[in-house]
Design a protein around this ligand. Sequence first.
Ligand code: SAH
Ligand code: SF4
Ligand code: F3S
Length: 465
Amino acid sequence: MNKKKLYLGVYGCQMNVADGERMAGELASLGYERLPETAAPDEADMILLVTCCVRETAEDKIYGKLGEYKHLKEKSPRLILGITGCMAQKEGDALIKRAPHLDFVLGTNKIAELVPLVERLEKAREALDSVNEADAEAMSEARKAIRRQRVVDTAEKNDISEGLAIAREGSLSAWVPIMYGCNNFCTYCIVPYVRGRERSRRVGDILTEVQEAVGNGYKEITLLGQNVNSFGKDLQGEEKATFAQLLSEADKVPGLLRLRYMTSHPKDMSDEVIKAVADGEHICEHFHLPVQYGSDKILKAMNRVYTTGKYRELIRRVREAVPDSSLTTDLIVGFPGETEEDFRELLDFIKEIRYDQAYTFIYSKRSGTPAAEMENQVPEEIKHARLNELMELQNKISLEINEKLVGTLQEVMVEGPSSKNPSVWTGRTRTNKICLWTHGTELPGQLINVKVTQAQTWLLRGEIV
Ligand code: SAH
Ligand code: SF4
Ligand code: F3S
C-alpha cells in the first residue's frame, strides 16, 4: 500500500493523547504513518488536530494553527485538513465558517467514523488525477468537487467504540482510558458539555488492553478518566465494578511495573481506593486530588460538592494510609466573586495542605457554563497578580518538600537521556517526581534505586546505588 503521512497535532489533556493514538491506529489501515510531532506539517498528506477548549488560550492556539495551515491547503489541493477533539465538538459548524479550508470537523466520540470519512475525502480527490494543473478552470472545478465533500459531524453519540486499533506513542508508558465523559458540571468547566455523560468501559476490555500494552513492552500504565473514582457506577449486572476493584485487578497483570491513574474527584475518593493504593504492589504512591480552591464559599459556587473540611479530612486519611505518598492538585484563581479575603484563605489552605506540586490556572470564562453568567468577574490584572503570588508560594513549598528527600533512596523507572545532556539520564520516582542521575549501564524501562543528592523545585538529582 502507498504510504501516506499523517501529522497529528494533539492539544489538551491525556485523554486527547489517548484518542490521538486511536485515530493514528485507525488511519494506519488506510496507509497513514504518523509523523513525529516535531516534523514540519507541510510534509503531510493529512493534518489532523485533536483539540482542547478547557480555556480560551487553548482555543486561540488552535485558531492560530488553522491560520498557519491555510496556505498549505492552497498550495496542495490534495491535503486533508481535519479537526476533532473537544473544540471540534463545541464549535461544530462555526469552525467551518471561520476556517473554510477545513475538510472535516469530527466530534469527540467519533473515532470509529474516521476511516469511512477519510475514504470519502480521498475518493473526492481522485477528480484531481485527470486534471491538467495548468488548466485553471478545471482545477477550480476539481477543488469545488472536493469542497462539496466537507463534513461536520458532532452529533451526540454515547456508546463506547471498542476494538479500535491503537498506535501508541513512546515505548514505556501507555494510556488506557477506562471511562469517558463527566457528570459533575463544575460551574466553570466546559468538559461535560463536550465529552458527554460518564460511560465506563467493561473491566474485561480494560484489562485486555492493559495486558496487550504490557505484552508489547509497556512498563507503566496510566488509567484515564475525567473522574476515575466514579468508574463502574453505570455498569450493570455482572459487569458492575468499582474503581478500587479495577485497580487491584490491573495491578496483577504480569509484567506490569507501575500503575497510575487520573483524575480523581475528591468527592468520590473512597477508602477502598486508598486501601487499594496502600496494598497494591505496582500502584504508585501519588495522589492527584484537584481541590480547585481553598475556601468554602468559592467551592460552593464552583459546585465542587465538598468543603475544605471534608477535603482536609480526606487528605488526612490518604496520608495516614500511604505515608510516603506525594500529593498534587489543580487550582483556579480568579473565579467570579473571588475577593482578596477568599484568595488569602486559599493561600492559607495551600500552606496547610502542602502539595508536592500544583497545576495553577487562571479562570477562563467558557460560554454556556454557569460561571460565565456570574457577577463580579475578576479583572485580568488581578487574576494574573494572584496567579503569580500563588505560584511563588507553591514553588517555595515544592522545593521545601523536595529538599526533605535529599539523602533518601527512591525507586526510579529509567526513561532515557535528558534533553540537555546525553550522559545525564532521566526517570520518575513512584511519587511521580522527575529524577536525574549520571548514566551508567542501566536501560530504559528498568527500575533502579537512586539516592537523592540535590533538590530543585521541579526535580530531584541523585546517584544510582
Ligand atoms: N476532570 C479533571 C480535569 C479537568 S480539566 C478534574 O476534574 O480534575 C483540568 C483542569 O483544568 C481542572 O482541574 C481545572 O483546574 C482546570 N479548568 C477547567 N475549567 C477551567 C476554566 N474554565 N478556567 C480555568 N481552568 C479550568
Ligand atoms: Fe470539569 Fe469538574 Fe468534570 Fe473535572 S469534574 S471535568 S473540572 S466538570
Ligand atoms: Fe481539554 Fe477536552 Fe481534555 S477540553 S482538558 S482536551 S477533556
